[in-house]
Design a protein around this ligand. Structure first.
Ligand code: VJV
Ligand code: CA
Ligand code: ZN
Length: 389
């Protein structure tokens, strides 16, 4: 093997199911469940699975899904038929458009990735895992009775609801390039969940169009959830130095003030440079540094996936982050093992391609000034003064 050793007295669980990876959103759709196969191939060719408890995840039950979603939405999700192109099919619950198509096996896909996140959360509740991983989850836009932005069932909300059975306070952190609106809204009215999303924000010009700095939770009379939503709106091109500095500063402040007893980190890989939909210049190293920082806090940690539309970079990031979880990142050979399946997909043979290799001349200037970044920190520091534990 690659000299990967199972850490003693430290448990990482990995929840996945090859069934999930086989689903197709349709021709040319940016969301490709197949990227999970690529990530898994990389993780296993390094031998990382030998250092984790691996679980083949199961479908969430209808009852479990109803912890968040409405029964009529779930019923529709289960029975919706794949429409023929000329069908005048109703787009109820925002289902059946180009972002959230109805495809073969849709309900199976949704209950599988949700089952994996619920199982992962239960491992943390039982103290059977220190870190639990579900790269197929992280679908942060789904609402109680509405699909949105490639997300149908909100596995993160379901996992946090599990954590709340044992944990008094959960911190949710979202490094996907898009605003984590579904999770934010679900916990809008409670002071037991703090949400922190870092994302590109450009009004309605960038999906989902929410997540400005002033969006901190409804400040209505007696709402305990007021001030518990934290939003970090950024412009194109943010680099590792700025991103990691912001991440550590803000997560540090939130942990100090809120004192979470569990953390959920949504590791959407569309914040990476060269992503088909994203606009940031974060590298695998910087993305991973966010995971490493959360691990260093020694608080039970749930890692989920999310966006990520350049599959080879998604696989690199999630494999690197798996190595951080099990603590073998410092000894891992960055050259991708020769026996990695689909190795030819990795245009550059390292886990850490340089920015110029990733962007191939298409440079994306950093539109985030130091001043703006410091103003964001000042504003959130002020906001956190209103949070009482
Ligand atoms: O911007 C939008 C909504 C529109 C309507 C639908 N058209 C296709 C695009 C504009 C306003 N949707 C976003 C949704 C992003 C979801 C991100 C999900 C996550 O990463 O946060 C978590 C998993 C959007 N951006 C790009 C596209 N949709 C897009 C959708 C396609 C497509 C190309 C781009 C759907 C089908 C096909 N191409 C063939
Ligand atoms: Ca985000
Ligand atoms: Zn995204």
């Amino acid at each position: 093997t690659n000299g990967i050793i199972r850490p003693k007295g430290y448990n990482v669980s990995w929840h996945s199911n090859p069934d999930i990876e086989k689903h197709h959103f349709g021709h040319a759709h940016p969301m490709k469940p197949w990227r999970l196969t690529l990530a898994k191939g990389l993780i296993m060719s390094y031998g990382m699975h030998t250092a984790m408890d691996t679980y083949v995840s199961r479908q969430a039950t209808r009852e479990e899904l109803e912890d968040f979603h409405s029964a009529d939405y779930l019923e529709y999700l289960k029975t919706a038929k794949v429409a023929l192109p000329d069908d005048d099919y109703p787009k109820d619950f925002n289902l059946g458009g180009s972002d959230c198509p109805i495809f073969e096996g849709l309900f199976n896909y949704c209950s599988m990735y949700a089952g994996a996140s619920i199982d992962a959360a239960r491992k943390l509740c039982n103290n059977e895992s220190d870190i639990a991983i579900n790269w197929s989850g992280g679908l942060h836009h789904a609402k109680k009775a509405e699909a949105s932005g490639f997300c149908y069932v909100n596995d993160i909300v379901l996992a946090i609801l599990q954590l709340l059975r044992k944990h008094p306070r959960v911190l949710y952190i979202d490094i996907d390039v898009h605003h984590g609106d579904g999770v934010e809204e679900a916990f809008w009215s409670t002071d037991r969940v703090m949400t922190l999303s870092i994302h590109k924000y450009d009004g309605l010009n960038f999906f989902p169009g929410t997540g400005d700095l002033e969006r901190t939770g409804p400040d209505s009379e007696g709402n305990p959830g007021a001030h518990h939503a934290i939003n970090v709106p950024l412009n194109d091109g943010i680099d590792d130095d700025q991103y990691v500095w912001l991440f550590k500063t803000l997560v540090g402040l939130c942990v100090e003030r809120f004192q979470p007893t569990a953390i959920v980190l949504q590791c959407g890989a569309d914040s990476l440079a060269g992503d088909r939909l994203g606009r940031f210049n974060v590298q695998v190293q910087g993305h991973g540094a966010c995971v490493a920082y959360c691990k260093s806090l020694n608080i039970p940690l749930l890692l989920v996936g999310g966006g990520g539309y350049t599959p080879r970079n998604v696989a690199r990031a999630w494999a690197h982050e798996t190595s951080i979880a099990i603590g073998c990142d410092s000894t891992l050979d960055p050259i991708i093992p020769i026996h990695t399946p689909y190795r030819t997909h990795f245009r550059h043979e390292t886990i850490f391609p340089t920015l110029s290799e990733i962007l191939a001349g298409e440079n994306r200037p950093n539109k985030n000034s130091e001043k703006k970044v410091r103003e964001i920190v000042a504003s959130i520091t002020e906001q956190l003064r209103f949070v009482n534990r």
